[in-house]
Design a protein around this ligand. Structure first.
Ligand code: PRP
Ligand code: URA
Length: 209
């Protein structure tokens, strides 16, 4: 699928095996979600534009690219996206944060937006949306819409596990938004859960069930 990248690496597979294991406890689950978040952001920023800066090394002066971290905002979709925030902030620590509160209605599986708080200058920033799970794609599409309405021109989406159904929806509705995931799973079940998946990411990160 165009504009979709899945990290294809044995160490990522190893980390995902920890998350998929139903016996993995909250502490380890949270740590690994955050760690994979950092790997995803590296890949998602592969095409980023750097500013050319003069740097004096101990040996000579060179011109090289640096990232203007003030141009970026991370946007975790609550709750589960919060689990990725620590990891991505280790890589781009000066990015601002935009919180998007969203939950899926249990019967319709449609997303319900209950909170939105973004930096005042969000329209001038590139936004990287964080959510471990892309299932039907409804939450991702609505979150992307929210930022487009605020004037954001460049949006990226990173997730741990994506379902083919959701990828199809997001890439059709928002072909301009690149998606980087750790893995593309097989399908959605009758409750719109990703199979094989890892269960309910929010509950496993926050220990609510
Ligand atoms: C999960 C997940 C996504 C959404 C994905 O959140 O973190 O936001 O479902 O599903 P979709 O692609 O079908 O929209 P959930 O609604 O369970 O809320 P939570 O993070 O508060 O548990
Ligand atoms: N949300 C989750 O947390 N897991 C799924 O499999 C689907 C939606």
């Amino acid at each position: 699928m165009e504009n979709v990248t899945a990290l294809n690496h044995p160490l990522i597979e190893h980390k995902l095996s920890i998350l998929r294991n139903k016996h993995t406890g909250t502490k380890l689950f949270r740590e690994v979600v955050s760690e994979i978040g950092a790997y995803l952001i590296y890949e998602a920023m592969r095409d980023v534009e750097l500013e050319q800066t003069t740097v004096e090394t101990p040996l000579e002066t060179i011109t090289m690219g640096t990232l203007n971290e003030d141009n970026y905002a991370f946007a975790p979709i609550m709750r589960a996206g919060m689990g990725m925030l620590d990891g991505v902030l280790k890589v781009i620590p000066n990015a601002k944060i935009a919180h998007v509160g969203m939950y899926r209605d249990e019967t319709t599986f449609e997303p319900v937006n209950y909170f939105f708080k973004a930096p005042e200058d969000i329209g001038n920033r590139e936004v990287i949306i964080l959510d471990p799970m892309l299932a039907t794609g409804g939450s991702a599409c609505d979150a992307i819409d929210l930022f487009k309405k605020k004037g954001v021109e460049k949006i990226r989406f990173i997730c741990l596990i994506a379902a083919p159904e959701g990828l199809k929806k997001v890439t059709t509705e928002h072909p301009d938004v690149p998606i980087v995931c750790a893995h593309i799973d097989d399908h959605l079940n009758e409750n719109c859960y990703i199979v094989p998946g890892l269960g309910d990411a929010g509950d496993r990160i926050f220990g609510t069930k």
